[in-house]
Structures are given as structure tokens and as C-alpha cells.
Design a protein around this ligand. Structure first.
Ligand code: NAD
Length: 349
């Protein structure tokens, strides 16, 4: 069974969580992250082609539900994703997601996929792809602050794509650090569990913050951050939810995905509207500067943008070719006469 081309579809290929995991196992997690980072980087290079809009967010006291659409003119995609920091207290995940690709010419859906696992992969692949461009040369040590669902993916992407060899972990909940230490054991990196964020960032070349808390949190204060580091701040990703003290933002060169979304959701929501930022796609295609000196603090204020989900779905669709890792979803009505939908319903009685 091979994944059909859009024009011949009578069904929608659906990738379940089970099949997504099989896809990763067959490829290998680090190889998956590397391949996926390549897709994300390719789409950053053709950034100007895409329809772009800040995501459509529905906020509540507990969290947020978001739709993230984009199109490159040939393919349309969107992701449904939630962010509920207190969910883990009741055994639910903070982030769950699914997504869809459609053929722009016909409007027909061509792929439906789980995206809870895929979001963790694409976020990690994006973080590491950005770090490859911005982190100090020869970066070997990563401080990983926040050891929840995203953390191991972040760690392995930094290993596979940037060459990280040592990881220093910290979480306010020691059980989360224990879990991440177990999951990252024997993965070719040395691990140090730390008791404070200050201890975690000792000697780190890259600092990743991936904490979840619906408040203006201060995971890093200004005096903790030394010259020359790269900060990968991905946990502050909605209004009222930040991770960094604003003085760090003032001292850093800040790189973002899509400013109209990041100014609402990112750590820079604390700053004036004209606070200077560099768009990452311009660094990648060479029209803007990335790191220019050893003492510079580079900061990726990553909130997650629709184009990264589009890249991830595009990657999955390509990887499905020649596999049986999807189900045929009866999601297209497909009447014999396209205008006789009613007749089809009548005949089904
Ligand atoms: P999670 O709930 O599984 O893990 C979050 C961890 O942060 C928990 O272990 C918690 O104990 C820890 N934490 C909370 N406050 C802390 C603090 N002050 N210091 C240290 N640790 C602290 O969540 P997750 O799925 O790993 O996601 C983490 C964050 O990343 C969420 O806010 C989520 O919305 C965000 N996220 C961003 C992107 C993106 O593209 N930027 C993508 C996915 C998730």
C-alpha cells in the first residue's frame, strides 16, 4: 500500500499516534529530528511564499486552544493545539494536537495526523536548527530547564543537530528531572541533575527554557546569564506566560519566527511594540546577521509558528510513501455524481 496522490484520493490517509511512533522507530529519533529540521529550514528559506497570520487563540483561565493555519499556494495546512499548564496535575498532558494538509487546487484534505508527538519533534527540530545558526561555535553543554514532555526531544535535537555532549537538567519538580534522566540515559550524552537553575546553567553554552506555567514567571534573571550564550526560550508562548526577566531581553539580540505573533505571545510581550527583533528566516537566507561576536547573547524567543507545523506535516506525508503506516479515513463523501450528495445518503439506508 502506498500513500496515494491527492487527485486520486477517495479517502484521507490518517496517521495515528501508534503509526507516528512506528515512523519514528523505523527512522530513529535522532535521524527523524535531523530530517525534520531540514524540512523546517527549507520552508524558512521560502518564508515569503507563505500565507502568514498569528494563530487564532481561544483563551480560558485554565489554558488556550489554538488554530494555526498557513499555505504555500499549493498545499494548505493547519494544526489544532492546546496549552493547559495545570493538566498534568490530573494526569492530562499540557499540550495535545492534530493537524491536516489539503490540496489547494481541489481543496481536498490529503493528510490527517496526530500532532502531539509531532509537535514535540518539530519544536525540538526548530530549536536546534535555529541554534545551529546562532549558538557559539563548538557549543557542547546544554542547560535544560523544565523537564516535562518537550524536554527529551529538545535534548536529542541539540545533540543530533548542534553536537551537544553534556546536559544539565533542572525542574522545580525533581520527579520530572528523574524521568528525563532515565529517558536520556545511554543516549550518548552525559547528564547532570541540578538542584537550582543557577547550578544548571553553570558552563552552559546553550540554555533551553521549556517550562509551563500560566504566569509571568522568571526562570532566568539577568545576573544568571553570562556573555556569549545562546538562549532557546520556548516555554513562554502565550499572553501572560513568559520565562525571562526583561533585563535579559534588553542585553540580548532577539530572534523570532513571526513578529506579529511573537509580540503577543513571546517573552518580548514584556517589551515596547517597537523592541528590535530579527526574523529568523532572514538569518537563514543570509539577508540578516545572526551571531556576530563571541560575547553576544543570542536569544531565540520561540513560540511555535504555523509554517513549522506545515513542514512537519509535509515531512510525514513524504515519509508515508511506500509504507503501511496510515489508515484510510472515510472522510470524503465521494458520491458517484458529485452533485448528488442527497442521492448517496438515500441509497445508504
Ligand atoms: P509539561 O507540563 O510537560 O512540562 C513543563 C515542566 O516545567 C514541568 O515538569 C514543570 O514542573 C516545569 N516547570 C514549571 N515551572 C518551572 C520553573 N519555574 N522552573 C523549572 N521548571 C518548571 O509541558 P511541555 O509539554 O514540556 O511544554 C513546556 C512548555 O513549552 C509549555 O509552556 C508549552 O506550552 C510550551 N511549548 C512551546 C512550543 C513552541 O513551539 N514554542 C511547543 C510546544 C510546547
Amino acid at each position: 500500500m502506498t500513500a496515494p496522490t491527492p487527485s486520486k484520493l477517495a479517502y484521507v490517509p490518517f496517521v495515528s499516534v501508534d503509526n507516528m511512533m512506528k515512523l519514528i522507530w523505523r527512522t530513529g529519533i535522532e535521524e527523524t529530528l535531523k530530517e525534520l529540521a531540514g524540512y523546517v529550514e527549507d520552508d524558512f528559506r521560502r518564508w515569503e511564499l507563505f500565507d502568514k497570520t498569528p494563530r487564532v487563540a481561544s483563551h480560558s483561565a485554565e489554558g488556550v486552544i489554538e488554530l494555526m493555519p498557513t499555505s504555500d499556494g499549493e498545499v494548505y495546512g493547519f494544526k489544532y493545539v492546546n496549552g493547559h499548564p495545570s493538566n498534568t496535575k490530573t494526569g492530562l498532558q499540557t499540550v495535545t494536537a492534530f493537524g491536516l494538509l489539503a490540496d489547494v487546487a481541489s481543496g481536498y484534505p490529503v493528510l490527517l495526523s496526530e500532532m502531539t508527538v509531532l509537535t514535540a519533534l518539530r519544536t525540538a527540530a526548530t530549536s536546534a536548527m535555529v541554534a545551529k545558526h546562532l549558538a557559539p561555535k563548538g557549543a557542547k553543554t546544554l542547560a535544560l530547564i523544565g523537564n516535562g514532555a518537550q524536554s527529551e526531544f529538545q535534548a536529542l535535537a541539540m545533540k543530533a543537530i548542534v553536537g551537544i555532549e553534556h546536559i544539565r537538567l533542572y525542574d522545580i519538580d525533581a520527579a520530572a528531572t528523574d524521568k528525563a534522566m532515565r529517558n536520556l540515559a545511554n543516549k550518548g550524552v552525559t547528564l547532570t541533575a541540578c538542584k537550582t537553575p543557577e547550578e544548571a546553567i553553570e558552563g552552559a553554552h546553550i540554555i533551553t527554557t521549556c517550562t509551563a506555567d500560566k504566569q509571568y514567571a522568571t526562570i532566568l534573571t539577568d545576573n544568571m546569564v553570562g556573555a556569549g550564550v545562546h538562549i532557546n526560550a520556548i516555554g513562554g508562548d502565550c499572553p501572560g506566560k513568559t520565562e525571562l526577566h526583561k533585563d535579559i531581553l534588553t542585553r540580548s539580540d532577539v530572534f523570532v519566527e513571526y513578529p506579529p505573533q511573537t509580540r503577543i505571545e513571546g517573552d518580548i510581550q514584556q517589551m515596547p511594540e517597537d523592541f528590535p527583533v530579527t526574523e529568523m528566516w532572514e538569518v537563514i537566507n543570509g539577508t540578516a546577521k545572526g551571531r556576530t561576536d563571541d560575547r553576544q547573547i543570542t536569544l531565540f524567543d520561540g513560540v511555535g509558528f504555523a509554517i513549522e507545523d506545515f513542514s512537519a506535516l509535509r515531512y510525514v506525508k513524504d515519509k508515508l510513501q511506500g509504507t503501511d503506516l496510515y489508515e484510510e479515513l472515510d472522510m470524503l463523501a465521494d458520491p458517484d455524481d458529485p452533485r448528488d450528495l442527497f442521492g448517496m445518503v438515500q441509497r445508504a439506508k
